[in-house]
Write a protein that binds this ligand. Structure first.
Ligand code: PAF
Length: 307
């Protein structure tokens, strides 16, 4: 069934569209996205639908959080389809502003969260990445003024950055986090998966396989970080993927851990061909099975093609 929901292009239009809901004291949810919606986004929209009266989905490919121009240009864009998917999942309206609307001439403000942004994604992608994320999320929260905003656990560090931003700036919003949604073989859903060729799609399983292998080692009673990381690394290499980072860190401070003494975040980033992917699991020694819901993938023998 085809649903039709309105798409607002400017902050002003959006505010006007939400005016009567706000006067009627209806609760407003925001699901911020960069489009190319997949089941991970849709699960957040469904959660928002259950919890709030009005669900706004924003679609904005934010140039300021891309560290490479080519990556920004290649990022998939499919707005008409996205609006349809968002509507089917329960959204009431879409906010899809232009770059000029979000960053008009003279725009000069940056929001920077310090500390946790120096690690993992921040260390790999540079300080601009989370500065871009924090700035655009602060703007979206101010424009939409939702009671709840929804984010995915796949971007675990982004969630921490946004929680810090919201606490430090006293923004009146609660942050809800939805679990990572995976393909049947374990690959975490990402808008970037669409850029993988067939062989790369198989090699992309390296990330989940590595995380899953570390969980297995921990389930066998080995809790030293070195042992977990080396199991994860050697599994990834079997898929012919070298991690950009692979770290066992405190799930709040992101500081490196030497041992799994409590819940920890095991996070990985890697390039598969030219596509950069990330994934993570929480390893909780009191519930390690939770980190290994799907079987450990094994690499398919990659046969070199003769040209
Ligand atoms: O996670 C994303 O898609 C983006 O980082 C976000 C939160 C929409 C900000 O551009």
């Amino acid at each position: 069934m085809s649903h039709h929901i309105p798409t607002m292009r400017t902050a002003r239009e959006l505010r006007e569209a939400l005016e009567s809901s706000r006067q009627a004291r209806q609760s407003i949810a925001l699901v911020p996205t960069m489009g190319a919606l997949h089941e991970g986004h849709l699960s957040l929209i469904r959660q928002a639908r259950e919890r709030c009266d009005v669900v706004v989905v924003s679609i904005f490919v934010n140039p300021s959080q891309f560290d490479r121009g080519a990556d920004l240009e290649r990022y998939p864009r499919q707005e008409v389809h996205d609006v349809e998917l968002a509507a089917q999942a329960g959204a009431d309206l879409v906010f899809a502003p232009s770059v000029e609307e979000v960053y008009p001439a003279g725009f000069a403000t940056q929001v920077q969260v310090l500390g946790i942004t120096d690690r993992l994604e921040g260390a790999s992608r540079g300080p601009e990445h989370f500065r871009g994320v924090a700035t655009v999320v602060a703007k979206l929260l101010n424009i939409v003024q939702p009671e709840v905003a929804f984010f995915g656990q796949k971007d675990a560090q982004q969630v921490l950055v946004i929680r810090r931003l919201v606490a430090d700036l006293n923004l009146p919003v609660s942050i809800a986090v939805g679990p990572t949604v995976r393909e049947a073989d374990g690959l975490a859903l990402s808008s970037r998966n669409a850029q993988l060729g067939p062989q790369e799609r198989e090699r992309a399983l390296a990330l989940y396989a590595g995380l899953r292998a570390a969980a297995e080692v921990a389930m066998d009673g080995e809790l030293a970080a070195d042992a977990l990381l080396s199991a994860a690394h050697s599994t990834m290499v079997l898929f012919e993927v070298e991690p950009e980072y692979l770290s066992l860190v405190d799930p709040d401070s992101l500081e490196e851990l030497s041992r799994l003494d409590g819940p920890a975040l095991l996070a990985v980033a890697a390039h598969v061909g030219s596509v950069r992917l990330i994934d993570n699991v929480i390893l909780d020694p009191s519930n390690l099975a939770a980190a290994a819901p799907l079987p450990l993938p094994s690499p398919r023998k990659v046969t070199a093609c003769s040209v």
